[in-house]
Design a protein. Structure first.
Length: 517
């Protein structure tokens, strides 16, 4: 064991004894903002909708009970029908008259792709049946928060019926990545929504490893370690939430740690060894920080953070004297690879890590196929981007191109609005075409006057019918995915994301630009 791993494991335990125990919770709770929103009689969650996985016991059940008591509609995703029904009855009894119509069971094993896809369809169908549509349009499915809490910690390597190691599948691949991917469009359509992933302090022990180790495949299958399989999945959840927080700014995406809590899962996983974690938290002490994330103002939640007891925490402590160190950190390239493989595996494809092409490096190139410059002119709506200083955090992004045949330049008018107001702003630019294919331009912004510079502006993809295009710059810092209409269908979006990957980008990191006309 190198120093980094030794420090990570040792300092995790020492830090945990101070912060993750019941006494740690009492110390943290003493500084909570008052009045406490969770204790307020004014907290009413009527009309809010929550989905919680692993909701029939422990933290999941405690959270479902709290939300139901406050009037929310709660969807309990559970594997066992018998345990789910018993837990639901307990919750309905606590919530009182009328709550039976608001507390629902969705039966699924979160370690199975087929179950996760089916249960999401069941949720959408049920919500749609309760929602009146207007003007013949499909009803909007409301989801205020998804809490990914389900999972398993096993001593022996065990495969699901779909051939994936249980801990990785339930905690991370399907129970978080796939379900979260399916839910994000609904969450983005619901104001002040959040996606909360219940990770663990166990992630402090490790970085996310190579894919065979994470999935317990190949040579790693013979040296399976249940504790590290769990820690790998939990570190992966934290990295995933960082990526999703950046690419889905309308949703407060966070990971969190419940502390060392007395639950059936802890009892089953640790048995007598749980004495090392004492004094254990009660179920409510482990849950209330997650309940706070569900109901607190979105403005108080720092997206992408790792929470414990209502406060963002450090994510690494593997250096000397609890400093971050580097032993538990992953490079951007490693996270990109993780995201690509999660996407493939969650859609029924099981390539090994070596089957995924190495990241494309080097300058971005303009497309070689020529475009009809006049046909390219006109209005383009920005669907997603890696934004510049000007368009970061804005809405209603539109590029309007017009060709000045006399001066042989393209006039580029970029309009955008602040996300906090409806006021529109204009950035004027002009560009000269520098290659015969008309796909490489030199562009100059106007700040009072047109600046005497020529910034590279590359058309790297354009649909044959000129319905979509992708614009980029050589150093790959900025990219704009655009279409002729403010919104596009799912198949077109998938095609554009595939093209972005072929160009060497990870489309999950792109900012989706809101269009609020």
């Amino acid at each position: 064991m190198g120093f980094g791993q030794f420090a990570a494991t040792t300092q995790f335990f020492l830090y945990g004894k101070r912060h993750f125990t019941s006494t740690g919770w009492e110390r943290h709770a003493a500084s909570y903002e008052q009045p406490d929103i969770l204790k307020s009689s004014d907290l009413a969650l009527t009309d809010r909708v929550f989905m919680i996985t692993g909701a029939n016991s422990g933290i999941g059940k405690e959270l479902a009970k709290f939300l139901a008591v406050k009037g929310a509609s709660v969807y309990m995703v559970c594997r066992s029908k018998q345990r789910a029904e018993a837990a639901r009855q307990e919750i309905v009894d606590a919530a009182g008259d009328g709550s039976g119509d608001r507390v629902h069971i969705l039966l699924a094993d979160c370690g199975l792709e087929s179950d996760v896809r089916r249960v999401w369809e069941e949720f959408c169908s049920h919500r749609a049946s309760l929602t009146k549509s207007e003007g013949g349009e499909p009803p909007t499915v409301r989801l205020d928060a998804l809490v990914c809490n389900a999972g398993a910690l096993l001593d022996k390597r065990t495969l699901t019926s779909e051939g994936v190691e249980v801990t990785f599948a339930s905690h991370f691949l399907f129970g978080t990545y796939l379900l979260g991917s399916l839910a994000l469009p609904c969450l983005e359509a619901t104001n002040n929504s959040r996606l909360i992933v219940v990770s663990s302090g166990g992630m402090y022990n490790t970085a996310f490893p190579d894919w065979p180790a994470a999935t317990s495949t190949g040579a790693a299958a013979a040296s399976y370690d249940g504790q590290f399989a769990y820690a790998y999945a939990k570190r992966g959840q934290v990295l995933l939430c960082e990526r999703w927080a950046a690419s889905h700014p309308k949703v407060a995406v966070v990971s969190c740690h419940p502390g060392w809590t007395e639950t059936p899962g802890v009892e089953e996983a640790y048995g007598q060894q749980k004495s090392w974690l004492e004094p254990l938290r009660t179920a409510w002490q482990g849950t209330e920080g997650i309940a706070w994330l569900c109901v607190a103002s979105a403005a108080k939640i720092v997206a992408g953070s790792f929470y414990l007891d209502r406060e963002p925490q450090v994510k690494h402590m593997a250096g000397p004297f609890f400093t971050e160190g580097s032993a538990t950190k992953n490079s951007e390239e490693e996270v990109n690879r993780m995201m690509d493989l999660l996407e493939a595996w969650s859609n029924g494809r099981r390539p090994s890590e070596s089957d995924v092409p190495a990241p494309i490096t080097g300058p971005l190139q303009a497309m070689s196929r020529p475009i009809d410059l006049q046909r390219f002119m006109g209005k383009w709506y920005v669907i997603s981007n890696l934004p510049t200083y000007f368009d970061k955090g804005t809405i209603n992004n539109v590029e309007n191109y017009s060709y000045d045949a006399v001066n042989k330049v393209v006039q580029v008018d970029f309009t955008y609005s602040s996300s906090k107001s409806s006021k529109s702003s204009l950035l004027q630019q002009r560009a000269s075409v520098v290659n015969e294919a008309c796909t490489e331009w030199k562009i100059s912004p106007k700040i009072g006057v047109y600046l005497p510079i020529g910034l590279a502006y590359l058309i790297v993809d354009c649909a044959e019918d000129y319905s979509t295009c992708i614009i980029g710059v050589p150093d790959r810092r900025y990219i704009w995915v655009m279409a002729r209409t403010p919104s596009i269908d799912v198949s077109t979006l998938f095609s554009l994301e595939t093209k972005a990957r072929e160009l060497g980008f990870d489309p999950t990191t792109f900012n989706k630009v809101p269009q609020q006309w």
